[in-house]
Design a protein around this ligand. Sequence first.
Ligand code: SF4
Length: 327
Amino acid sequence: MALLDRFGRVHDYLRVSVTDRCDLRCAYCMPEEGIDWRDSTELLTFEEIERVVSIFVQQGVRKVRLTGGEPLIRPELPTLVAMLRKLPGLETIAITTNATHLARDASSLKRAGLDKITVSLDTLHPARFAAITHRDRFAEVWRGIEAAIAEGFLPLKLNVVLMARVNDDEVLDFVRLSCERPIIVRFIEFMPFKENGWSTTKLISYRDLLQQISREFTLQPVESSSRSDVAKEYTVNGGLGRIGFITSMTEDFCSTCNRMRLTADGAIKSCLHDGAEFSIRDLMRSGATQVEIENVIRRSLAGKQERHAGIDELYQIENRTMIQIGG
Ligand code: SF4
């Protein structure tokens, strides 16, 4: 039976976090001193991830996105991609990465059967990169982007978390980038998570952004290929470029949500902005049957809310930090 919730939404997309660790320290994602990392024994093994994903695929999941922390710091990640690639019924395997290790891994990920790459990059200035991430690694990130393009991961998606007075003066540069390279630039509205310094004054709304960009470029809306696409996409200057807007704060897309999440330590979450979760790691390690695991997945889905809480309440919700969920 498809993974249907009580609002009629079909869940065919699973985001799988493979680690809570990262080699960058983006201020809006985790504190500079880091977090209380999970011990490696607490993380799902590749075999456990494969088993859970296979159960989800049997329930209708067709797309898996590997996330983190930073997924490429989990050793041998192409091996996991190759394991998942063998699962009948799984159509798309994607990854979201900060690209610091992408130059090293792009070709082995391609050989393993990875389909799509999304890179998280919030600035085109090396000095500002160091300020936002507390690491001076812009050059490696850019080499990673070039390697992914060279390997044919096209178009490459670039996610930019826009924050007022941090990187909002680079909007037009990012739009120009989408015109010059095979890159779809997606602007993400800044989301509140525990201790990430969020405030409404830092939020730049989709509508304001659209107005700003339309003063310099000709934008044409693009019909989205799937009802559940989170980005509102536009061609730029007649197709020279392509940009998107992920508007979860000002125009949420919960009514067409098709996503569930598996955290690195084996918890099932039916919503990014809801603290509710069900652990299946210990269940699996105590010999749970497939049916028992399916029941946990369905219980998680049964509790899914129609939409995330209002913008003023979100910050108060007891939930994991972004790095412990994987976006
Ligand atoms: S907030 Fe929750 S329900 Fe809304 S789109 Fe995100 S995951 Fe889906």
